[in-house]
Design a protein around this ligand. Structure first.
Ligand code: SF4
Length: 180
């Protein structure tokens, strides 16, 4: 596992500063900007907002055929308006900031397969050094652990899935959830 201090040393020279442009929370030109959210994160947003699960998240749209019939997907995404995440307000501020998912806390960075990934963002290179490097590094490492734990639990549940033809489900770390 990567040490947060060493990861911060890699993040700091990128000069990242969030410009509050809302770009990472918006659909983008290719509409590919889906924000993945785990079952525990959806529960945290439910607690924070009082909203129901289905008001917060929708199934990841790429369904796969299940053995023996039915179709499934392995992820949830935050719901979006026609332009952006439902939690982005008109001032480009996140209205669930204390409960936002780890992917939002770490963007444009991720600690993936033993190396730092840096995704496209106009905030890169804004400063000589990234002032938030220590916090982002800690969140990247927390995210890596949470995602690994979630994937392991989801994998165990996936092995028990028994969908019938015509059934659709999201498999997450809580169970097989039949939809629609
Ligand atoms: S939860 Fe907040 S930070 Fe994450 S995409 Fe939505 S508005 Fe942006």
């Amino acid at each position: 596992m990567k040490n947060a201090r060493h990861l911060a040393d890699e993040i700091r020279p990128t000069g990242f500063t969030c410009l509050m442009c809302g770009g990472c929370c918006s659909r983008g030109e290719d509409d590919g900007n889906l924000v993945l959210v785990s079952a525990p994160e959806i529960r945290a947003i439910m607690d924070f907002t009082g909203l129901a699960w289905d008001d917060i998240a929708e199934p990841y749209p790429d369904m796969m055929p299940a053995e023996g019939g039915g179709e499934f997907t392995l992820a949830w995404c935050l719901r979006r308006t026609e332009t952006a995440c439902i939690f982005l307000n008109e001032n480009n501020r996140c209205t669930i900031y204390p409960a936002r998912p780890l992917i939002c806390r770490t963007y444009p960075f991720a600690w993936e397969e033993g190396k730092l990934s840096v995704y496209a963002c106009p905030g890169i290179g804004q400063n000589t050094l990234c002032n938030e490097a220590d916090t982002i590094a800690e969140e990247c490492i927390r995210r890596e652990g949470a995602e690994a734990e979630d994937a392991e639990r989801t994998g165990e549940i996936f092995m028990t899935m028994d969908l019938k033809p015509g059934e659709y489900a999201v498999v997450d770390s809580e169970g097989v959830k039949r939809i629609g």
